[in-house]
Design a protein around this ligand. Structure first.
Ligand code: NAD
Length: 309
């Protein structure tokens, strides 16, 4: 089975490529390397350097002969999506439509789409949040993800293109870019490895659902091989951990040498977030299983080796 991973040179995409190769898939990657890296793409995997928003990308995908497309390429910076919502929509909405058009014209059967839990639901009042909770994004990034979920429905209804929209929680792990806005684990590790204490926004008691990237990559593969219906599925642990928990887990790796600095809270930041893994477990027999402490140690080890190699 031949599959394409858009954004396959990035953090989650490259782990997904690894998981697909391990399952025996023939894999190709399409990425413009704006935040991803060619060295994340394993030897022997074809890397098509292209922008999903460019009109030519539709033909590239249509001509590729892909049975399935994992669509992960995106502008992922929430703050940037508010500073330049037109750019965000060009990549995340128009770019996604160009990918879907390629799938339609090329006869692709299934699309697995990287949607988002926290940003799609916005302020939540049920924890962990189920998929049928209201979608009330408060960022252009979240609005674009919701829009693409609607386009997926349109393509399924009109052309029979099956889809799995996977709403990831807060993903962390090796290869995450520490220089972006998102990714508190990578940002903290980057500072700690330079001998600096991490800076916590607000009191650090805001909660998130942290899911290890290896579990997300596995879920991506199972979304193709085990799910039997189109729809949206949360990919999270259903558990809430505070930023202070993350700090403590990482600080244990550094023999507790750091005391965190506390800064002002980020305006508009959600207080709590977690998403229910129940539906995906019932439909695919899998729920993310890496414990936060274990995932943090693995991630810290990887960042340390990379920093000092
Ligand atoms: N990291 C998280 O916690 C999280 C949570 C929810 C959803 N997601 C989604 O998962 C997907 C992957 O995110 P990630 O965290 O691995 O980020 P990432 O930045 O590492 O990966 C995105 C990849 O897409 C590529 N890309 C960006 N714009 C492109 C364009 N116009 N054309 C072609 N390629 C382009 C980048 O070069 C990069 O390799 C994204 O769709 C993101 O919105 C991530």
């Amino acid at each position: 089975m031949k599959v394409l991973v858009t954004g396959g040179a990035g953090f989650i995409g490259s782990h997904t490529v690894d998981a697909l190769l391990a399952e025996g898939f023939e894999v190709e990657v399409l990425d413009n390397l704006s935040t991803g890296f060619a060295h994340n793409v394993p030897d022997g995997v074809r890397l098509i350097e292209a922008d999903i928003a460019h009109p030519a990308t539709t033909k590239t995908i249509a001509d590729g002969g892909y049975d399935a497309v994992f669509h992960l390429a995106a502008q992922i910076d929430v703050r940037k999506s508010m500073e330049d919502p037109a750019f965000d929509a060009t990549t995340n909405v128009v770019g996604s439509i160009r990918v879907l058009e390629g799938c339609r014209l090329g006869g692709t059967k299934t699309v697995v789409f990287a949607s988002t839990g926290g940003a799609c639901y916005g302020e939540q009042d049920l924890f962990p949040t189920p998929e049928d909770a209201p979608l009330q994004p408060i960022s252009a990034y979240g609005a674009a993800k919701v829009a693409v979920e609607k386009y997926l429905f349109v393509y399924q209804a009109n052309y029979g293109l099956e889809y799995r929209a996977l709403r990831y929680a807060n993903v962390y792990g090796p290869r995450q870019n520490p220089h972006g806005e998102a990714g508190v684990v990578a940002i903290f590790l980057n500072r700690m490895l330079q001998g600096m204490a991490p800076r916590i926004n607000g009191d650090g008691l805001q909660t998130r659902d942290y899911v290890y990237v290896g579990d997300v990559a596995r879920a991506n593969v199972l979304a193709l091989t085990r799910l039997e219906r189109s729809g949206a599925f949360n990919i999270g642990t259903g558990k809430e951990h505070t930023v202070v928990d993350v700090f403590n887990g990482l600080n244990a790796f550094f023999n507790r040498q750091f005391t965190p600095e506390f800064g002002p809270p980020k305006p508009g930041e959600q207080r709590r977030s977690s998403i229910s893994p129940k539906n995906f477990f019932e439909a695919a027999g899998f729920r993310p299983e890496t414990l936060l402490f274990d995932g943090l140690q693995t991630t810290a080890e990887w960042f340390k080796q990379r920093a000092f190699s």
